[in-house]
Design a protein around this ligand. Sequence first.
Ligand code: HEM
Length: 152
Amino acid sequence: MHFSASSLNFSILPYQEGYNPPVTKPNPAFLTEIGEEGIRALLDRFYMGLFESPIKHLFPKDKEEMKQAGQTSADFFIQICGGTPYFNQNRGAPQMGRRHAPFAITPEARLHWLVTFEEGLQPLIGKTGDENLQSFWDYINVFSIWMVNTKG
Ligand code: HEM
């Protein structure tokens, strides 16, 4: 029997100062296949990972507050995948650059953020088409470059 090798590639694009590559949103099928509950569970895993990560100092110290922050972030990701605009409804226009400005996000912090996100994505392998998972990774891989606002 033949099993084709996974085509997933979770490699990290190098940060280059002064260059923000064009961003492409994730495939809407990522949301329709894993569902809102799938995105909420993903962001819960991710934020619980961040809570114990080398960049935990950037985030709320209180676990319940951190869980809540994960769900606000889930609102954003549901919206960016073409779903209900919960983030706009609850928090207003995304303006991610402005919202991240209070936090010193170095290229190294970005690496920890992405590595922690990848751990949260692992359980989704096989739950949606590889091309959908890849589109999600490509989106955060590129857009996280835009969030770097502090030299390492
Ligand atoms: C480059 C690495 C990044 C770091 C270190 C980082 C860090 C943070 C921190 C410290 C906060 C405030 C606490 C919180 O509400 O969670 C935050 C908020 C948020 N981040 Fe990021 N972030 C990064 C990249 C991104 C990217 C690429 C996205 C979207 C694709 C994103 C989406 C959000 C959202 C939606 C919020 C909540 C904003 C709000 O409600 O005011 N972040 N981030």
